[in-house]
Write a protein that binds this ligand. Sequence first.
Ligand code: BG6
Length: 464
Amino acid sequence: MEIHLPKHFFMGAAMSGPQTEGAYKIGGKLENIWDTWSDCSISDFYNKVGSYVGNNFYERYEEDIRLMKDLGLDSFRTSIQWSRLMDPDQKLNKEGAGFYHKVCSCAREQGIELFMNLYHFDMPSYLFRRGGWENREVVEAYVTYARTAFREFGKEICYWFTFNEPIVEPDQRYRDGIWYPFVRDAKRGMAVQYHLSLAHSLAVREFKRAKEEGYLPEDARIGLINCFAPPYTREDPSPKDLEALRMEDGIRNRWWLDLVAEGRLPEDIVKRLEADGIMPEIRPGDKEILAEGKVDWLGFNYYHPSRVQAPEKRTDENGDPKYSDPYVWPKARMNIYRGWEIYPKGVYDFGMKMREEYPDLKFFISENGMGVEHEERFRGENGEIQDDYRIEFVKEHLEWIMKAIEDGAQCMGYHYWALIDNWSWNNAFKNRYGMIEVDLAENYQRRFKKSAGWIREVINNREK
Ligand code: BG6
């Protein structure tokens, strides 16, 4: 089936500062939590490739933005690295700012709209050592950083995001103990989640102030990006399965959706967490702060759904409450390299949920992509990687997005993750996501894969 993108549907690329820039000690960049983890345990990273390299975007941003233009993309999301923009006294690092100014002017020259995110899992280490997101002082430091960024780049960047996937920080680092500092503690996880919610809301407040004070244009927009994986349970659920689904959805999705659409946290979930003794204290004045958290639009990162069922035990090995167990759907189609289920209809279901429950909030697909290991296996005779699996993946997702739009979802565009192969955290360069290959053996040289030509066609065929 041919894909016909609507006229005003934007198409772009998503990436992040810490996964692309490299130059980790250049231009006054401070150590961040990934550098700290790499320094203290490099074997945790695939092929011992730590946070230092990125994909050399720091040197190659002009080439990369030209490549985007060449493919017909109209927009590009990346993130400012907090550890590059700010010095240890929480003042602007002019050299760091200089790099982002160069990126802005290059994007402008190429006619690519820049979407700028402020935080992509990259806490400066000196703040992490003060307690990171567990400490409310760090929330204040983030607000100072956000204010500085809005003022510094307000004339150059129109589209801003406070956070990428705020749910990942408490989940991966503090609840599931997968990422450094490897904590498994529900109460600490909720403190992080709550402080991120305050940080988001205070940054939105700063954004509005910067607009009032003329630092940002009237049409500047602020948003939040999260991976609102639509949760599912068994096809013949018990009441306990449905309760597990409600809690999963409540903590991971509704928490953020209610915050950004209504300026509050879901009351039923807060009550339950309080009853279970893991909800942090809501201090006087906090509700007023959260009320500022409403945004202009939303980014939805979609890779896979989440499937849950009633938990076998009500508590985990630490005695912390357990609200669900994973459910393995027998019909699941898997991306075996990443271990993620491929379920393109999830974007449609999310679109319908938004239409029904948050009809005033527009959204776009801010990340979607497929990471594959050992892609050199698929190199054709002409030297190009024949990534038909990626074409099929994106095509299926775009088809469901088009159907969601037809059925009334306010989905405004699509960003592919990551247009150019980049550093995938502790998986480093194991799974490649790009439509553009990065050759690590040839000084990060870029080469189109087959999917790059395909996406160019899709964009060319957009309704005129
Ligand atoms: C998203 C993140 O969750 O998934 C990206 O915003 C990340 O930073 C992407 O790279 C793919 O996940 P991974 O772990 O395979 O890199």
